[in-house]
Design a protein. Structure first.
Length: 76
């Protein structure tokens, strides 16, 4: 389950307070202090393949799209 999926279900269960509390208890994402879920891409919000070096905070896909604009050169 992604970090945004649980909010969609909350709207559907909203009228049943017992089920709503149980769902919140088991399915809302925890606040993370370390690990892969704390770092998100600044541009698209992905968790995986994160490039933190030089303060970029981009995933690899967004980095490839913007590398030339940022000032990186492609060496062959």
């Amino acid at each position: 389950m992604t970090t945004s999926d649980h909010k969609k279900v909350l709207k559907q269960i909203g009228k049943k307070p017992g089920k709503l509390e149980k769902f919140k208890k088991h399915n809302t994402p925890k606040k993370r202090s370390c690990g892969i879920a704390t770092k998100k891409c600044r541009r698209c919000g992905r968790n995986g393949a994160h490039i933190d070096k030089y303060g970029l905070d981009l995933c690899r896909q967004c980095f490839r799209e913007n590398a030339l604009r940022i000032g990186f050169k492609k060496y062959y």
